[in-house]
Write a protein that binds this ligand. Sequence first.
Ligand SMILES: [Zn+2]
Length: 277
Amino acid sequence: MKVLNKTIQEHGGIDVVVNNIGYGLLGVVEELSVEDIQNIYEVKVFGESNVLRHTNPYLRAQGSGLVLNISSYLGYSALGAFSQSLHNQYSFNGNENQSLYEEIFLSTWAKYDCGRPTSIRYIQFDDNYYQKHKKNYDTLIIPKNEKILFHGTPNTCLIINCGRCSACGIKESGFKISFSGKNISFSRFGRGIYLAPNSSKANDYNNNQNFNYRCTIVSKVNLGNSVRLFNTNQQISLPNGYHSVHGQAGFDLNYDEYVVYNEKQVLPIGVFIYVIS
Ligand SMILES: [Zn+2]
């Protein structure tokens, strides 16, 4: 807390929080003392939590910031005589990456008549795919107005890289304007890319009733200047100076939705896989 206050005082604020804790503990289980094990937990698990416990409220209040948690491959894989490092790294990964994403997913789940999501897992898209989209996203020059939005998939692909199913089709082509709006009668605001602010709305697109696993693609979307519309109108053309439509619930729509007409505005980042119960 002291360090945090001093940093804010001296530098005027915090933009980036980096948790870069390194602690290897070599030894088979029976060789390690209780203190050895307590120490590694103290540094890596509690140390990391303490940093976030103090910095998160600050970042939330200012409405921006970046948290970088540097992990290790021991969080995913095993290594002989590193049992405690391994144990520990799993705690670290579980704590941060998964729970933060889960928080986003659950906080936007708006309705309960379609069930509740459980066993939520976030899987980041591979770097090649991400960088390909990021390049386009970064070249777009419009006012920055970013939102995390969801895109439903009709089926569930548990790895979302089989390359043959419709969920994989959306991942590969669903964020291209040329592939969107084929079914124009369904395209309420014209030919664009439709995204939902509610994870539960995206869930509705899954039509596999016999399989209770679901997947939903999550994207970072730059909406630019967004025009708010209540009445769906298939012939829409964006008024001058606007870059997206915010279809607002209440009149024609039951749930809010966003539409962009330039694929560079969408940066798909990963997928949520979950069980609906
Ligand atoms: Zn697939």
